[in-house]
Design a protein around this ligand. Sequence first.
Ligand SMILES: Cc1cc2nc3c(=O)[nH]c(=O)nc-3n(C[C@H](O)[C@H](O)[C@H](O)COP(=O)(O)OP(=O)(O)OC[C@H]3O[C@@H](n4cnc5c(N)ncnc54)[C@H](O)[C@@H]3O)c2cc1C
Ligand SMILES: *[C@@H]1O[C@H](CO)[C@@H](O)[C@H](O)[C@H]1NC(C)=O
Ligand SMILES: *[C@@H]1O[C@H](CO)[C@@H](O)[C@H](O)[C@H]1NC(C)=O
Ligand SMILES: *[C@@H]1O[C@H](CO)[C@@H](O)[C@H](O)[C@H]1NC(C)=O
Length: 560
Amino acid sequence: MTIISCIFRNILVAILILSGSCYCDKAGHYTFMKDATLAPKHARFDYIIIGGGTAGCALAATLSQNASVLVLERGGSPYDNPTASDIGNFANTLFNNTPNSWSQHFISEDGVYNTRPRVLGGGSVINGGFYTRAGDDYVDEAEWEMEEVEASYQWVEKKLVFKPQVMGWQSAFKDGLLEAGEFPDNGFTYDHIYGTKIGGTIFDHAGHRHTAANLLEYADPEAIVVYLHAYVHKILFTTKGSQKPKAYEVIFEDANGMFHKAELANNAMNEVILSAGAMGSPQLLMLSGVGPAAHLAAHGVNPLVLDHPMVGHEIADNPMNVVFIPSPQPVEVSLIQTVGITKFDSYIEGGSGLSLSFDLTRRFFDGVLNLFNETSRTTSRNILTHSIEVLLKSLDLGLDVMINGGLIVQKIDGPASKGHMELRNTDPRDNPSVTFNYYQEPEDLNKCVKGLNTVIQTINSKAFSKYKYPGVTARELLNLMLGLPINLRTRHVTSTFNLTQFCIDTVMSIWHYHGGCQVGRVVDKNYKVIGIDSLRVIDGSTFLKSPGTNPQATVMMLGR
Ligand SMILES: Cc1cc2nc3c(=O)[nH]c(=O)nc-3n(C[C@H](O)[C@H](O)[C@H](O)COP(=O)(O)OP(=O)(O)OC[C@H]3O[C@@H](n4cnc5c(N)ncnc54)[C@H](O)[C@@H]3O)c2cc1C
Ligand SMILES: *[C@@H]1O[C@H](CO)[C@@H](O)[C@H](O)[C@H]1NC(C)=O
Ligand SMILES: *[C@@H]1O[C@H](CO)[C@@H](O)[C@H](O)[C@H]1NC(C)=O
Ligand SMILES: *[C@@H]1O[C@H](CO)[C@@H](O)[C@H](O)[C@H]1NC(C)=O
């Protein structure tokens, strides 16, 4: 019996052959995409978009139809290393945190690990790939035009989205959810409706990822310029000729440390648009002098352009709690395909067969030993002993490992608990400090407890039984999570198991953080920064809560 079965040499060889074989993506050889070192000292555009991420690419492609557009993206091109974003490399790319990696790690003040994208295409290059729309209620509350919403989702779907091939583990998980009472079975749909469904994915059938950067295929190549490795430092404002401060210029740094300026062409319609994400957009507003006055003064941000107390506030992250279920039989590699949308607003999702590189396994090694200690009193002992032997062996041989098992997670809607962000310094490269206050509001905690009960019922279902060792109980699996190094929080192991405490102790991020430049607080209903001219924000930082079960579809729709 093995928890972590080491990848056999022949599978490794197969992977090597596959990755060595030519995956020649014709997409992305955009003539308009250049390194920022090639940018002139000064340039003029109708629209300057800061951040070529999930929203930014959709927005840039759209605006280029009628105007000249500049995109400034701090990261590189996802096309430089197309296999790094394939489904089998999800964990390796996500956990790679080096100075220019696509993933930039941060730890919130809550003691929870998190990640910011740093690549053209943004989050869509490193995420789980699950694609699902927002519910009708969400669209109503946002006061978006239903017909435009529909057309914009379709514009995205035509280019990027696939129906997944549902195999053994995902299919057993789906049937388990139905057995746990999450019906009806809604089949395959992008719609956000109660019950159990299969959603879309941006991975094609060969496991290759399609990203928001592919939306640039819709752009007018004559009207758009994309600079990569272009780090924006500041937006500049003028007060000449208008009552309100007006954005007119953006300063960015290239990879050689040279500074460049991009200016708006002289037309009242022209704008700077922030699409730097929920961490980046509030940070850049503050660095540009737009934010809480006392906080900006404390960091020497000069001049103060506008005292905007809500910038960086009401940022939130949907908590996720995970249960790992070792499987007695092989599982397919799948990220999210099936989701249970409960009436109590917890979303149940799952994935199977994560592959981890040798390096990554090494880094988790201490944690695995802890796990062995924490649970040595339970009946899982033999399985864990064996798994550690297998792990040690694969590490000795310098091999990668594939985790033979699945993860079932619960994420809560909203959340009601909100946090705030503050600058640590004035370097745009550094992460600001952020506190999410996970589970501060009792309603969030209640949703988690109910969600975990559904997870437990799913694990115990007849349909799912072939992917769980018969001797292992759901309670033991939950206990196991208390021993894993999944966050930096104190774990409370009590004699009477307490699900509420489990939610608090094992909280993780599902990376759906949003807010910080919310509609009604920082931007108006048209996404214009309140009190400022020629400046909008278009990305997940404007959301009041996370859309649908997973946000990327709605982020791209908003960009369009
Ligand atoms: C690991 C992970 C898994 C996820 N799984 C899913 C999933 O399965 N399904 C789903 O729907 N959603 C998922 N998400 C969430 C989703 O990907 C994000 O909500 C979405 O990508 C956010 O889009 P955005 O446009 O707001 O920001 P981003 O996509 O982050 O774009 C911001 C861009 O701005 C750039 N930028 C920031 N600062 C600067 C600066 N100073 N100068 C220049 N450029 C700058 C960044 O490099 C980035 O490219 C996941 C996210 C992560 C990280
Ligand atoms: C471009 O201009 C045309 C004609 O004025 C208009 O119909 C269309 O909506 C515009 N498109 C965008 C993306 O602005
Ligand atoms: C396990 O716990 C024992 C006793 O608490 C300790 O001596 C040992 O170092 C621990 N082992 C690991 C690998 O952490
Ligand atoms: C479970 O934990 C929560 C959170 O710490 C606590 O409020 C509650 O009293 C605990 N319940 C029991 C039965 O111990």
